[in-house]
Every structure is written in C-alpha cells, then in structure tokens.
Design a protein around this ligand. Structure first.
Ligand code: PSU
Ligand code: MN
Length: 325
C-alpha cells in the first residue's frame, strides 16, 4: 500500500517483508516422534539424501518406506529428516516422503545449507551432516545411513572433504553406517576421524567396512558384538562428558551381499576418471560416482548399497532399543 503523505508519522515500524517475518526455524517433530521421545521410547533418525540423490526413482520411494518399516519391526520409531518449504522436519508422513523421493527440484542440503534453506523457503533432502545436526537438536541419539562422506581420493587437487566429518566431530550422536563410501580415500578419512575425536567401533568385525564391500582392508581399534555393548559405550561417553562428538558404529554388509571386489575396483577406477574428465565438482561428485557404479555394474552396486543400508537401519533400531532401557 502506498504511504499517505498527509498521515502523521507512524509510531509503528513498517511491517517486515514476508521473508523476514519471524517464523520458527526449530525442527518440526512428527507427533509420533515427539511422543516417543517424551516417553523415552526408541527413535531412529534416517537421512533423506540417500532417497532423493543416492537411489534411482521410483525404487527410492519403495526403499524409503521399507527403511521406516524395518525400524518399526525392530520396535523403534523412524524419523526421516528433510526440509520442506523452509521448515525442517524430523519425521515425515507418507505424502512428505513421496515428495522427497519424487520431486526433482529437491536440493541436497548439508549442514551449512540449512540456514539459507529455512530462511528462503527451500525444499531439500538432508545429508549426513544436516541430518545428524537436526536429529541431535531434536533429542535423537541414534541415526542410520549407508556410507558416510569423507576425504575424496583426489583431495590433494580438489580439497574435497565431506562436511559430514566436521559436523560429526561436533555432534553427540551415534551413527550406524557401512563405513565411509569406498569411492573415498578410506585411510585418509580414518585419519581425519581420529584427529577429530570421532569414535569408531567395528560391529562384529576388526576391519573397517568398505560400504559396497564387507571390508575396506583397514583395521579398527575397537570391536563390539551386541547392541547392548554399543549402548554401554554411548552411556560411558555421555557420563564422561567433554566435547561432543559422534560415535560411528561401522557395520559391514554381509559377505554374500557385497559387490564383487574385482568388479568394484575396476568400475570405480573408471568412475573416478570419468568424474575428473567431465569436471564434476562439489556436491555433484558423490551422486555422480554412485550413479556411475550403479549403471556400470548393471545394478549390482545398488543391491550391495541397499543391503548395507537395510542392515544399518535394523542395527540402529536395536541400538536405540538397547539405549533406552
Ligand atoms: N549413503 C548412501 N548413499 C548416499 C549418501 C550416503 O548409501 O547418497 C549421502 C549422504 O547423505 C552423505 C552424502 O552425507 O552422500 C555425502 O555427500 P558429500 O560427499 O557431497 O558430502
Ligand atoms: Mn564434497
């Protein structure tokens, strides 16, 4: 409305533009998630980047639903995390999950992208860094994913290190994963995790898992064998206090469901050179490499990826149950 020049000067400041009006940026918890947390019942956070950018449509929606179902079957409440129209959600309903899986405009949001996404009303899937942050903020203690981001093999040229690592260094949450993605420099990533104070437990193994492969060939310092042992480590960390950091539970894909290691090594070498040749950088690198492997292994890498994620989600639910006892 144009100002009336004859009106007395107003005492009220002019209304802020819509984009600056104070809307809450606190994550919105699904009812079921809020009730479970209030009653100290187990909840498992699930990330959404794997759904929106890590898996092909329409299989991704089926998988998103299946993962939530696996959490329920193990006696916990699933909380898939995403940002919809500028609001962070911890726990999605069916239509919201469909949107994350089906809308090609869904962005990929790391932790640093959250503030602009909330302020500007964007819609996006959350990576490990953004999911861990929002889940911990909402009071969740356990989170499941496929493979963490980490130090990329071309780090000396690109300086590409996933923001997952820095966020996990500062966030007290237990992350169940099949190690870090094997497209990465695994030894360098393990070194970074050590420096950053992120705990690493091998689940039923003395070897750090290799995402598509049961082992990366790198040893782990600590091995646990039951969800109760993981819960005991979580309690010890919480009792000790000190600077918060994540605890990684590295859970290998079963040997009979892993990708053939020879196929893995050959196709990955091709994927890395294609990535370099095409000048792919930044957030696009990981989805490009995952997609390349999927195509060039005729879907075998996808099956190994899914087997890993399913195993992680089941284990995360058992850990959440053990940790609320
Ligand atoms: N695990 C999977 N598939 C994925 C991812 C993890 O099985 O797509 C995602 C996670 O969201 C992780 C992200 O945080 O890949 C890492 O991306 P970047 O390397 O750009 O940080
Ligand atoms: Mn990166």
């Amino acid at each position: 409305m144009p100002l009336n020049p004859s009106a007395p000067p107003s005492q009220e400041p002019p209304p802020a533009p819509a984009s600056r009006r104070s809307v809450s940026h606190a994550p919105l918890l699904a009812d079921e998630v809020r009730e479970a947390l209030a009653a100290n019942r187990p909840v498992v956070a699930l990330e959404s980047t794997i759904i929106a950018h890590g898996l092909p449509r329409p299989r991704n929606l089926q998988v998103g639903r299946e993962l939530e179902e696996l959490v329920r079957k193990a006696g916990a409440v699933p909380a898939t995390v995403a940002v919809l129209d500028g609001r962070a959600h911890v726990g999605l309903d069916g239509a919201q999950l469909e949107r994350v899986a089906g809308d090609p405009g869904v962005r990929k949001l790391g932790h640093r992208d959250l503030a602009p996404a909330l302020a500007l009303g964007a819609t996006g899937a959350t990576t490990v860094s953004a999911t861990a942050f929002l889940a911990a903020l909402a009071g969740l203690r356990v989170f499941a994913t496929g493979g963490l981001g980490g130090v990329h093999r071309a780090w000396t040229e690109t300086q590409d290190e996933s923001a997952d690592l820095r966020l996990l260094a500062r966030t007290g949450i237990t992350v169940v994963c099949a190690g870090v993605k094997s497209i990465l420099d695994v030894p360098a990533t393990l070194q970074r995790l050590e420096t950053l104070g992120v705990g690493v437990l091998g689940y039923g193994t003395q070897w750090f898992p290799g995402f598509y492969l049961s082992s990366s060939g790198e040893p782990v310092d600590w091995t646990v064998r039951t969800p109760q042992e993981v819960a005991a480590v979580m309690r010890a960390r919480e009792e000790l206090g000190g600077p918060p950091a994540a605890l990684i539970v590295a859970n290998p894909v079963p040997g009979d469901e892993q990708l053939d290691p020879a196929v893995h090594d050959r196709v990955l070498a091709d994927a890395l050179s294609a990535c370099r040749r095409r000048g792919i950088t930044g957030q696009a690198v990981t989805p490009f490499l995952l997609e390349f492997l999927m195509r060039e292994t005729a879907g075998a890498s996808l099956e190994a990826n899914l087997a890993a994620v399913r195993g992680n989600v089941r284990l995360a639910a058992r850990i959440a149950v053990a940790a609320t006892r």
